[in-house]
Design a protein around this ligand. Structure first.
Ligand SMILES: [Zn+2]
Length: 153
């Protein structure tokens, strides 16, 4: 389960609106097993309203910050400005790349409707294997397990 402090959730939301209509993105830092400690916004190098690419420089800085704080990168968050908070086929493909840890939370904030939606997913090992076949369009069902998101004060 992904646990976010309300203040972290508000930071994510603020970043999503700040770069709207482009997709916002960033990394979640925390202990391995526990609430997210902080959200680090990262420039979307794709400068797109449909996809995101974490800037490599931003990624490096976030990893360094995690090291300094004794934390790990535990997930990635990005916004969807035109669609619901479910992983797109592109997201599924990205999530199943070999260097992406399968333990990562994939949190998605949708601003497509009048209110923000937040969902988080994980790629299961078996799911990611299945996704290497021709099932990418069904990837959301097969490979991404929606997990509860808990907001705490
Ligand atoms: Zn996406």
């Amino acid at each position: 389960m992904l646990t976010l402090n309300r203040s972290t959730w508000l930071e994510i939301l603020a970043e999503a609106w700040r770069v709207y209509p482009l997709e916002a993105c960033g990394l979640l830092l925390g202990p391995d097993d526990g609430p997210v400690d902080r959200f680090v916004p990262i420039v979307n190098e794709a400068q797109s309203s449909r996809v995101f690419t974490l800037s490599p420089m931003g990624y490096m800085k976030a990893e360094r910050l995690a090291d300094d704080l004794g934390l790990q990168v535990v997930g990635v968050v990005h916004s969807h400005t035109h669609t619901s908070a479910y992983p797109s086929p592109t997201d599924v493909a990205e999530a199943t790349k070999p260097l992406v840890p399968p333990t990562w939370h994939w949190a998605i904030v949708s601003l497509a409707w009048g209110y923000p939606e937040l969902r988080s997913f994980r790629v299961s090992e078996s799911g990611s294997a299945a996704l290497r076949g021709d099932a990418v369009e069904f990837g959301v069902e097969l490979g991404m397990d929606e997990e509860p998101v808990r907001l705490k004060d």
